[in-house]
Write a protein that binds this ligand. Structure first.
Ligand code: PCA
Length: 214
């Protein structure tokens, strides 16, 4: 049962005044059915992002963590399927750090799959006529870093908490293209959270192709 969801969102970065993820988080309902939605702001800084997220997880002990971030250039709300063990920042973060070709956790696995029902989330968003696509890359900047760090923390602490990441497009107020109205993004993320509450996780469960070759 998903009774409490922690939703994180990033502050503005890369010369923007607005981060749509934070605008969404501010407008989410406090409850969806019987499920409590808690929101938290995360600095777009490698040195702080994972730490602040961990503090919020430890404080609230939610059943699921859904991290939100901006992906300028995308046309749709995009639940992320995978986080990779790599930082290769295209720009400096909000503290001026520019990290290139660095592992997130040198002792960690190459990647983690989201443990959220990502396909159900995409369907739930589309059911509201809001564009949604499954994504297989969260990039190599602070968003991928946060998704990997959260999944790595949960895996290494044996915490039974679902987690993953959803990227959102620009909103019209940012004067960038493509853009999706903020109201649609709020409705889309609310629908995705509804799918999480209603659904079971759908990590890849198909038969292994390699296994079938023997
Ligand atoms: N998007 C950036 C970092 C913060 C955000 O909202 C990213 O995609 O990595």
């Amino acid at each position: 049962m998903v009774r409490t969801i922690l939703v994180t969102a990033f502050d503005a970065f890369g010369g923007e005044d607005i981060n749509p993820s934070l605008e969404i988080a501010r407008r989410l309902p406090h409850n969806i059915g019987d499920t409590h939605i808690i929101t938290s702001e995360i600095p777009t800084e490698f040195a702080l992002a994972a730490k602040v997220a961990r503090q919020n997880i430890d404080k609230h002990m939610p059943d699921a963590v859904v991290c939100l971030g901006q992906a300028g250039g995308r046309h749709a709300i995009t639940p992320e399927r995978v986080a990779i063990n790599l930082i290769d920042a295209p720009i400096a973060d909000n503290a001026g750090a520019l990290l290139v070709d660095a592992p997130i956790n040198p002792a960690g696995p190459t990647a983690y799959f989201a443990t959220l029902p990502v396909k159900s989330m995409v369907q739930a968003i589309r059911a509201h006529n809001i564009p949604a696509e499954l994504s297989t890359t969260a990039g190599t900047f602070v968003c991928n870093f946060l998704m990997y760090s959260v999944l790595d923390y949960l895996a290494s602490s044996d915490l039974d908490i679902l987690a993953g990441f959803i990227h959102v497009p620009y909103i019209p107020e940012q004067h960038q293209q493509p853009a999706v109205p903020l109201d649609d993004l709020v409705a889309g993320i609310t629908a995705a959270l509804g799918a999480l509450i209603a659904d079971e996780p759908d990590e890849p469960t198909g038969d292994s192709l390699l296994g079938n070759l023997h």
